[in-house]
Design a protein around this ligand. Sequence first.
Ligand code: SAM
Length: 212
Amino acid sequence: MDVDRFLRELPAQFDDFPLSDKPRDLRFAEVLEAVTGLAQPNNLALLNVAASCLSEGEAYVEVGTYRGTSLIAAMLGNAGEFVALDNWSMGDGSREQLDLNLARFGLTGAAIVEGDAFETLRSDALEGRTIGVYYYDNGHEYEQQLDGMRLIEAYLASPALVIVDDTDWERVERARPASVSCNDAVNEFTKAAHSRDRAWPPTLVPLGLVHG
Ligand SMILES: C[S@@+](CC[C@H](N)C(=O)[O-])C[C@H]1O[C@@H](n2cnc3c(N)ncnc32)[C@H](O)[C@@H]1O
């Protein structure tokens, strides 16, 4: 994962980063219009830039895909390996709906892993993969959050970008393992994003953590 490129290219997506309430690229608002999800265009642009900075042989892995909004945003215009985990226990999400939504955007080739996230992460489902970008958008109870971090550590590239939703919740922030350090520029962005509740809604602000 090219973290420096990520930190250079993310601000370049906005007229006035981090104040802008939408990225210059209109595709992300279009994704949200077509596939209603829980994110904002800014969050989607961030995932897209992150996935564009994967190094050779690294995968983008997300836990919590729902209707596919975040996965579609990560994949748009990007090559590489994409893996998504969900058990569709929330609302009206389903595997069929996800497949249809990916097809609407002409996206193929993502590995969709269906099942309980924590059982899956404890199994060998990710064996052989090196994760450059990890997006965790699943249960945010402290123990779930901790498992979501601990169980993925062995697969993370060094460095990797770890993006977590709802990082303004104390129990989410508290579950950051000591082995995952955060570089100053990422910290600065996260602080700025948390203070801008329109552009980066507080409950949906991703936190980038640089590992290794
Ligand atoms: C907040 S939604 C994900 C939103 C998605 N990233 C987006 O951009 O719209 C959380 C997802 O996690 C899934 N989920 C919740 N608990 C789970 C578990 N134990 N294992 C697998 N998936 C789970 C739900 O089915 C839901 O689709």
